[in-house]
Structure formats: C-alpha cells, structure tokens
Design a protein around this ligand. Structure first.
Ligand SMILES: Nc1ncnc2c1ncn2[C@@H]1O[C@H](COP(=O)(O)OP(=O)(O)O)[C@@H](O)[C@H]1O
Ligand SMILES: [Mg+2]
Length: 240
C-alpha cells in the first residue's frame, strides 16, 4: 500500500511488533473510511490478534515502528488508556466479563469515566436479551450473551472504532446472525468496525472490505465480495 500524506479516518501505517525476540507483525498497513466494516482475516497464527493488540497498544506485542491514526489523532503516540479515551474500543477474544458484577454493573462500570458513549437504554434497545438479564451475574450468561455484553460495554464508552476479535467464536449460527444484525445497526450509527474472524464467510458477508494477513504481512486488501468470489484466494489463505 502506498501511504498518502493525509491519513484516512482510520489508518494503520507500516506497523512492526515483537513478542520478545519473535518478530510477528511485519509491516502491516491498511486504511478504513468512517463507518466502514473491515474484515481482518487469515489462517490461525497469521497475526490477526497481534495486529489488534498492536493497534490497541496493549503493550504486548511491543510495537517498534509504525503509525496509527484515528480521526486525526496519533494513537501511536498514546498509551493504551489514552487510545481508548480517543475512541478505540477493543473487544478481546476472551470477552473479559467481570465476575461478581451483574450485566448492568458491567456496563455501568464502563461509564464511570468520561467520555461516556451510549446510554443503558440505547444498549438495551440494541440487545434486548441484556435487558432481560440485567440483574444476572455477567459470567453466567451464554456465550452469545457474553459477546453482546462485551460489545455493549465497548459502546458504553465513546467509541469511534470497534476492534472485535473473533466475536462469533463458539456461537450457534442463529446467534451469529443475531450479532451480525446488531453490527450492521452499529455501522448505521456511524461507528467503524474491524472484525477478526475464523468464520470468514460470515465476516465477509457483513464487511465492506477485507484485509488478509499471512505470517504478519498483508497479502490481500480489497472488497469483501471479491474474496467471496475468488476461490483460489480463499483456498490459499483462508482454507475455505
Ligand atoms: N504472547 C505471545 N508470545 C509469543 N508469541 C506469540 C504470543 N501470542 C501469539 N504469538 C505468536 O504470534 C503469531 C501470531 O499469533 P496471533 O496474532 O495470535 O494469530 P491469529 O490471531 O491470526 O491466530 C503466532 O505464531 C503465535 O504463536
Ligand atoms: Mg487470534
């Protein structure tokens, strides 16, 4: 990818990251326009999670080079909590629901510090199941409901871009469809999304664009539909 002078709404520019001596993210670049959904795909071990973690500045892997811009803000110059305050919302694979807190308390905890995003009512309108279970301990929810709670909690912060790491993992097809519908609704609210998924077909159906990683580098950047149409590409990098 050629880097222009002005970064796009969300722009990842030539990032490199390491776990100790292991060189994992090897110069990844991609851009997303505001309100788009990007599917970040690739085989197991391709570096998808590491790329999300590098973007969210979790500290591990360690980013040694590169720029990350969100709506004009240089996230690469920020600590993780500042990036989150600037509108970056990472929903990690393990969902991180806090045990001993109800569904509602999990959401309210995210709203303690400004900038606050969606209200409880808005979150419950998007996920009626969460309202039904609002007094239940968050960790007793089903997998699909926990994923909804993790997304709802990210929206409770003023989020500009959602980074979802395998939101469909372990979920029944009907629940995958339900969550996909809410992700479309979230896009209609102008929120930009990166979705990492092993369920590539489901992610591609939802996404506008796709980036495919292989051993920590970008091997495809283009429309999501073209990936669905390209059997060779799918066989080579996605095994579908
Ligand atoms: N904490 C870690 N320490 C060392 N190596 C890691 C760590 N996490 C992931 N890796 C390695 O980095 C590579 C990319 O992993 P990952 O980003 O999790 O891939 P993906 O999410 O695409 O399956 C793999 O080779 C994996 O073994
Ligand atoms: Mg992963």
């Amino acid at each position: 990818m050629t880097l222009s002078d002005t970064p796009a709404y969300f722009s990842v520019r030539d990032i490199h990251a390491y776990y100790g001596e292991s060189y994992i993210v090897q110069g990844v670049s991609f851009e997303i326009n505001e309100g788009e959904i990007l599917a970040l795909l690739g085989r197991n071990g391709a570096g998808k999670t590491s790329t999300l973690r590098a973007i969210a500045r979790t500290g591990d892997p360690q980013v040694t080079q590169g720029e990350i811009w969100l709506d004009g803000d240089p996230l690469h110059e920020m600590a993780s909590f500042e990036a989150s305050r600037s509108g970056l919302g990472l929903v990690p694979e393990d969902r991180r629901i806090i045990q001993g807190l109800t569904v509602e308390e999990n959401i309210k905890l995210a709203q303690i510090a400004p900038p606050v995003g969606w209200s409880l009512d808005q979150i419950y309108e998007l996920f009626p199941r969460l309202e039904e279970r609002r007094k239940q301990d968050g960790v007793t929810l089903s997998g699909g409901e926990q994923q909804m709670l993790a997304i709802g909690r990210a929206l409770a912060r003023q989020v500009k871009i959602l980074l979802l790491d395998e939101p469909y993992e372990g979920l029944a097809p009907v629940i995958v469809q339900e969550i996909a519908k809410t992700l479309s609704h979230i896009r209609e609210q102008g929120i930009t999304t990166v979705i990492v998924e092993q369920n590539a077909v489901a992610a591609l159906k939802l996404a506008d664009r796709a980036v495919i990683l292989d051993t920590g580098t970008v091997v495809y950047d283009g429309s999501a539909q073209s990936v669905l149409d390209d059997e060779k590409l799918r066989a080579e990098y996605l095994a579908i």
